[in-house]
Structures are given as structure tokens and as C-alpha cells.
Design a protein around this ligand. Structure first.
Ligand code: BTN
Length: 250
């Protein structure tokens, strides 16, 4: 399978591929699967207003337009699930490394972050209208200078340089394949695979919420993307995004 985007827009430099894709959407009717990519993203946006560091020509920084109009808004976390699964599949295929999905939007290798995902959805009436899927994958960068927590690149793990075009093409194919599973409603397949790919899925680990640190294990993540932990007293605790931190050096 070869990925063929209706629009494949390559810019020598951009502040943020997500912002640019949303600007274009406001002006044009862009087709689903359109892609914006740049080798030089100067003000990449991360979760919770963070910046995303990416050195010129070293990494993948791109945004993909999906139009999941078949999906009810309360199920929008499925987009994050399938994109996360496609990223770890791609890392396995290209670099032979087992990456994991750190809920809700990070891709981890061991205890370090190799990729981040910023999904910006728009709802129209009772359906999702579009989804801008922004992905930053650390590939050939040798040194990280920002205070981003725990960054790591594929180069740092394997000492190999990777062809960014091939990597992008494979990743887009894998996303398209996973998205198709969602379109045809293979929800339990997606949920099982997602569950098995989670960072810290087995055993007790340290977490931190607004009351402090505690040990717990992951129970499950529901369809809306809420995470349930079970603490050492057997109590279930449910969290939305940003309500919980994973304590990394436990
Ligand atoms: C995070 O982990 O905080 C999410 C990082 C997402 C970064 C990507 S890079 C391409 C796209 N454009 C952006 O401005 N952000 C996303």
C-alpha cells in the first residue's frame, strides 16, 4: 500500500503545522487525508500550551486532516487511540523498537518520550466535523535543549539515521489502516490492542493527583478516554486528562 494524500503540502518553515492546517481549513475546503509537513517547525505547539522542540531537518513534524463525521463527539478519543497505535506500529517496523502509549497522548520508549500528539477536533451539530492530527516524532535529533520532560529520539536509541520521507509514508499508511478499522466499527479490536500497548499496563506504579503521590495499577481506559486506576487499598480512581501525572522515577 502506498499513501497518496489529496494535498501534500511541504513548507520549508512553519511556526506550527497544526495552526497552518487550521488556517487553510478556514479558507479552503481541504479533502480528508490532506497533510502539511515542514522540516523546520519554529513554534510547535504541545499539550497544555507547551512548546514542541524539533531541530531543523531532524524529525517528523506534520499534521493530517481527518473528517471522522461517522463518529459521535463523545467517542473522539478513538482518534487518539488509533493514531497512537499507528505510531508505535511504525516505530516497531522501522526501528525494531517496542514503544508504548503513555495515556493520554504520548509515545514512550522505556521511560522517555519519543513522540507527542496534538489532536484538535471540531464538532458540528451532533457529529465530529474535522480532526487535525498533529504529530511530532523525534527521529534523528542527537541533543535536546529545551526543558521538555524526558525527550528521546530513535537515533539516540539505535545510533542509526532514518529516512524521514519513508518514515512519514509508512506512518501515514499505518494511520490510514487504523482509521479504516474505526470506520468499519472494529471497536473491540482497537480497544484490546490499545490496552495491550499502554505504558505501565502491568504492575503497580507511582502516580500523582491533586492530593499527592500514590501507588496504583492501571485498570482500564474507557471510550471517552478517562483512565481508571486501582490503588493499593483496592479503591478505583478515575481521571480525566490533566488530572493525573505519571511519576517517572519511581
Ligand atoms: C505534546 O506532546 O505536547 C504534543 C506535541 C505535538 C507536536 C506536533 S508537531 C506537529 C504538530 N504541529 C504542532 O504545532 N504540534 C504538533
Amino acid at each position: 500500500m502506498t499513501y497518496s494524500a489529496p494535498e501534500f503540502l511541504v513548507y520549508p518553515e512553519l511556526q506550527s503545522t497544526n495552526t497552518e492546517l487550521k488556517n487553510l481549513l478556514a479558507k479552503n475546503k481541504l479533502a480528508e487525508y490532506s497533510v502539511i509537513v515542514t522540516p523546520h517547525q519554529t513554534a510547535g505547539r504541545g499539550q497544555v500550551g507547551n512548546v514542541w522542540e524539533s531541530e531543523l531537518n531532524k524529525n517528523l513534524t506534520f499534521s493530517l486532516l481527518l473528517r471522522p463525521t461517522f463518529l459521535a463527539p463523545h467517542l473522539q478519543f478513538y482518534i487518539s487511540k488509533l493514531v497512537s497505535m499507528a505510531i508505535i506500529e511504525t516505530i516497531k517496523q522501522i526501528a525494531n523498537i517496542e514503544a508504548k502509549i503513555k495515556w493520554p497522548n504520548d509515545i514512550y520508549i522505556n521511560d522517555k518520550k519519543a513522540a507527542g500528539i496534538l489532536i484538535e477536533n471540531s464538532i458540528l451539530g451532533t457529529k465530529l466535523d474535522y480532526s487535525v492530527v498533529g504529530i511530532g516524532l523525534n527521529v534523528n535529533q542527537e541533543i535536546f535543549i529545551s526543558d521538555a520532560p524526558n525527550p528521546i529520539s530513535l537515533w539516540q536509541l539505535t545510533n542509526e539515521h532514518y529516512n524521514l520521507e519513508k518514515l512519514l509514508e509508512r506512518l501515514l499508511e499505518n494511520i490510514e489502516h487504523a482509521y479504516h478499522q474505526l470506520e468499519v466499527n472494529r471497536l473491540s479490536l482497537i480497544n484490546n490492542e490499545y490496552h495491550n500497548s499502554l505504558y505501565r499496563i502491568s504492575g503497580y506504579h507511582w502516580f500523582e493527583d491533586n492530593k499527592g503521590k500514590f501507588e496504583a495499577c492501571i485498570d482500564h481506559i474507557n471510550e471517552m478516554g478517562l483512565l481508571t486506576l486501582v490503588d493499593k487499598e483496592g479503591q478505583k480512581r478515575e481521571y480525566a486528562f490533566k488530572e493525573l501525572k505519571f511519576v517517572i522515577n519511581d
